[in-house]
Ligand binder design. Structure first.
Ligand code: MLT
Length: 203
């Protein structure tokens, strides 16, 4: 089954709290971001799939040829597959389109999903994201809110690449906030705080 992801789902406990789609980094799993999600948006329904690609045993959301060099055909295919999973989960659990919260590889597939199938997401928090597709389809993001948090000293994501992603999503019509933190590739407390404040402001 194309959309058979291993996943966790936590129902919401606060009326109207936006559902979050949690997307882990390379080598992570469906448990990784549950705590981060609960902190970013207390009481939100949490939908957290595990990436179905294995790279030397490490789960990911799409194939890559090297670090930072993506198999773009696979990126497209896997983004649509993730969109199908989200649609199915929305029906099963009766939730609205979620805000994606993705880290690293999870942020990259979230960006690809925004470009490939914008209606799947209400918005996105992209933590240490890169441009996922060099020639993206012409998406209409119609004011969708997107927060990009980049690390000033990220050895995996060059500053220019994050800036290009920000421009790509803005050009497609998203309402992008891009902040560059004094951090590397790893998440910091500032990421969680900024993501929490931003999510509360778009809720
Ligand atoms: C990716 O493959 O998506 C990026 O290189 C980030 C990573 O997972 O290391």
């Amino acid at each position: 089954d194309e959309s058979a992801f291993v996943y966790r789902f936590e129902p919401g406990s606060r009326a109207g709290a936006p559902p979050l789609l949690l997307l882990h980094g390379t080598g992570g799993d469906e448990n990784d971001l549950m705590q981060v999600g609960a902190t970013i948006s207390p009481g939100s329904p949490l939908l957290s799939p595990r990436g179905r690609i294995l790279e030397h045993g490490m789960p990911r959301f799409f194939r890559r040829l090297a670090e930072g060099v993506f198999d773009e055909e696979d990126v497209r295919k896997r983004a649509l597959e993730l969109g199908t999973f989200v649609d199915g989960a929305r029906q099963r659990y009766g939730i609205e389109a979620p805000i994606a919260v993705g880290f690293s590889n999870g942020a990259n597939i979230a960006a690809a999903l925004l470009l490939m199938k914008p209606e799947a997401l209400a918005g996105a928090v992209l933590l240490r994201a890169m441009v996922p597709l060099s020639e993206p389809p012409s998406a209409r993001l119609d004011g969708k809110p997107v927060l990009i948090l980049s690390g000033q000293a990220d050895p995996i994501v060059p500053a220019g690449n994050a800036a290009r992603l920000s421009a790509m999503l803005s050009d497609a019509g998203a309402n992008v906030v891009h902040k560059i933190l004094p951090a590397g590739h790893q998440l910091s407390q500032a990421d969680v705080r900024l993501a929490r404040d931003w999510t509360a402001s778009v809720d």
